[in-house]
Design a protein around this ligand. Structure first.
Ligand SMILES: [Zn+2]
Length: 390
């Protein structure tokens, strides 16, 4: 196990902001742009880790809020960290849980110190601070951990977005010093026991907020970079804003982030949005949409999205997508997948999920090739032509 987190810039497309890089973590490396499947509760829904290896997922997401509430950090500590618990030896990124605290839990109180909330599972009360969110993530042992932030709700007034963004900034500095202290084993006076640090070589990413306001996005980017992190995320997107607003947030923010550090767009997105953000220099992506859609029968193909439960697929004996190499496409027909879905078979969820994820992973791989060849914009045009008919 290497211990250094690094990012190497391998290629930049001369015609736009798209770039290829390599992220190295204590659990191995992956090339960017990358799509990261979401495994909120230590599981990518409907799949096993063997399935994830089969479709060659390089890095997956876990969520600190969910894992903190269930199974709880004591279980993860006893298991020797999340990697061992779920038997996944490749990189893991954990979201700090800020988004979930604000969106899922019943909020009791937000103060500059932190957030008091009630669990969405059993109603138990918890107090989450930036320091506590770091401790939770360190005991989970992910390779990339995230600052505890307030994901500004949408829409927000300029004043509310500004106050929220400033609190996230204060919390970013507190997260950074908490992480450094823990990973260097500094004792905190008055503390009875020190939490377990399962993966001391992990990297903490800062998160840029600022909602849909250009001045706030710029201020947040500059100030977050001034705190100094090995990677940066663009947060507060995929919260109900329009596609144009999401793209604008990326356009304002990405150029202000250091060229030699990875950039992560949180919660985005469908293939079209993925390409827009890659073009503007984003390296890492996660989104529940490919997996959630799969479970609803909505599947990506190179000729567009289709719903497998539609009547026309009942007798369509062609593969789901001719150009896909996933188990669902290589071994079965649209007619069979349609039947499994209609019959409510569990295997439909698994096969559909394998396909949508493999589709996103293949898209990311094709994007990397195109960037290396200096033809990303051409690739994007060709892909969208097939995908949307545009
Ligand atoms: Zn497929």
């Amino acid at each position: 196990m290497s211990t250094e987190f690094t990012f190497q810039l391998l290629a930049e497309d001369p015609t736009c902001g798209a770039r290829v890089g390599r992220v190295t973590t204590p659990h191995g490396s992956f090339e960017t742009p990358i799509f990261m499947p979401v495994g909120t509760q230590a599981s990518v829904k409907a799949l096993t880790q063997e399935d994830l290896r089969d479709i060659d997922a390089q890095v997956i997401l876990g969520n600190a809020y969910h894992l903190f509430l269930r199974p709880g950090t004591e279980v993860l500590e006893q298991a020797g960290g999340l990697h061992r618990f779920m038997n996944w030896d490749r990189p893991i990124l954990t979201d700090s849980g800020g988004f979930q605290v604000f969106s899922l839990g019943k909020l009791n109180k937000v103060t500059p110190d932190g957030v008091t909330f009630q669990s969405h599972i059993d109603g138990s009360r918890h107090h989450m601070t930036p320091e506590r969110a770091i401790d939770v993530q360190l005991s989970i042992g992910a390779d990339i951990i995230m600052c505890f932030d307030e994901c500004t709700s949408y829409p927000a007034t300029h004043k509310a977005a500004s106050e929220s963004m400033r609190m996230t900034l204060d919390w970013a500095a507190r997260c950074k010093s908490a992480k450094v202290r823990r990973c260097e084993g500094v004792k905190i006076i008055g503390e009875e026991s020190t939490p377990v640090v399962a993966n001391p070589g992990c990297a903490l990413f800062g998160i840029v907020q600022g909602s849909t306001f250009e001045d706030l996005r710029r201020e947040s980017a500059a100030a977050t970079v001034a705190v100094g992190f090995p990677g940066y995320a663009i947060g507060g997107v995929s919260v109900g804003e329009s596609k144009e607003e999401m793209v604008a947030a990326v356009e304002w923010t990405a150029p202000l982030l250091p060229r030699e550090k990875p950039r992560y767009l949180m919660g985005v997105g469908p293939p079209e949005d993925f390409l827009e953000a890659v073009q503007r220099g984003v390296d890492m992506f996660d989104c529940v949409m490919p997996t959630r859609n799969a479970r609803n029968g909505s599947l990506f193909t190179s000729t567009g999205r289709l719903n497998i439960k539609n009547q026309q697929y009942r007798t369509d004996f062609s593969p789901l997508d001719e150009s896909c190499d996933c188990p669902a496409c290589k071994r079965y027909t649209r007619a069979y997948l349609s039947h499994l879905y209609r019959a409510g078979e569990i295997s439909a969820l698994r096969l559909n999920t394998l396909h949508n994820l493999r589709f996103m992973l293949n898209l990311a791989a094709a994007v990397r090739l195109a960037i290396r060849a200096g033809r990303f914009l051409e690739f994007k045009r060709e892909f969208l032509h097939g995908y949307t008919g545009a």
